[in-house]
Design a protein around this ligand. Structure first.
Ligand code: 1HE
Length: 270
């Protein structure tokens, strides 16, 4: 089922390097600099953060995509060559702040990937919650070849998806993973055919938007933090989060619905 997106208004309409549109509780944010393969300049990074902070209160899930032949070519390399060490630190902190806005924002983000997902583009994808890849997708971290390092949270997020060994290989040896390898190793959770990524991402976003808000909060905010804790601390936080989610009236209604035969059963995948 396709969603009927209409362009967002106000501040969101002024973001000239993005396309922002809404369909009820679903937002679509598109990196929209296809002539430069959606390479991320500082201005574009700020627009991305502004968009996710300012999406309307009713948004419950978002889809992030890239215009043109590629999802994102990473950092706009024209911006780095003249910067000082101090500027480099601040630049990395700015990227990390924007990526935290995506990962720890108000709603989950499903990214729809195709073509190049490289460098900062992979850092952006890694900060989203669900990744759908089309068969054209490929993943690279050319920072190693450029003589630089990741700076947008990649060292924290990429190993959590594919492991330190895989990231080391990608950065030291320039290893590029295709869509199939990306699925097997954990970059994407879904792999679909050419041109099918956006529809699949929208379908998943719709499903996410129908989940109970506190349950979504627990999954997106508590789960990654618990994964970073010692097991005893994580289990303690889990018990608090479980009680908070269960205590919600909406959750209680959903459980009554199941017990009284009104909710869907868990079915074997077809
Ligand atoms: C760019 C960029 C960019 C393209 N910065 N301008 N990222 C990279 O090292 C990836 C660099 N890009 C590429 O390898 C290729 O451009 C692509 C594989 C992504 C696409 O290839 P293709 O053949 O479709 O396009 P193209 O002809 O290479 O590029 C089209 C234009 O986009 C061209 O500009 P034009 O004015 O000559 O038309 C390119 O210069 C421009 N372009 N990518 C600036 N990245 C938080 S730290 C993160 C650190 C990193 O992300 S490092 C990794 C950077």
């Amino acid at each position: 089922m396709t969603l009927n997106f209409t362009p967002a208004g106000g501040l969101l309409a002024e973001l000239d390097l993005l396309r922002v549109e809404l369909a009820g509780p679903i937002a679509h944010v598109q990196l929209n600099r296809p002539g430069k393969r959606n390479a991320i300049s500082d201005g574009m990074l700020q627009q991305l953060q502004t968009a996710f902070v300012n999406l309307p209160a009713g948004v419950r899930a978002a889809v992030l995509s890239g215009a043109g032949e590629h999802f994102c070519a990473g950092l706009d390399l024209t911006s780095l060559s003249e910067s000082t060490v101090a500027e480099g630190v601040m630049h990395s902190r700015m990227w990390q702040g924007a990526m935290d806005t995506l990962q720890f924002g108000r709603f989950p983000i499903v990214s729809s990937l195709h073509g190049a997902v490289v460098g900062g583009g992979l850092e952006i994808a890694s900060a989203t919650h669900i990744r759908v890849a089309e068969t054209s997708t490929y993943y690279g971290l050319p920072e190693g070849q450029h003589g630089i390092f990741v700076g947008g949270g990649g060292s924290a997020r990429v190993p959590r998806l594919v492991g330190v060994a895989c990231m080391t290989d990608m950065m030291l040896c320039g290893r590029v993973l295709d869509a199939q390898e990306g699925l097997q190793r954990g970059f994407s959770q879904y792999l679909v055919g050419a041109g099918e990524g956006f529809a699949k991402a929208c379908e998943l976003a719709r499903r996410i938007a129908g989940n109970a808000p506190l349950s979504v909060f627990a999954i997106t905010q508590a789960l990654p933090r618990i994964a970073d804790m010692s097991q005893p601390d994580g289990l303690f936080v889990e018990s608090l989060m479980a009680a908070i989610a269960q205590g919600d009236e909406g959750a209680k209604q959903r459980m009554r619905d199941f017990v009284e035969g009104r909710a869907a059963k868990v079915r074997r995948p077809s």
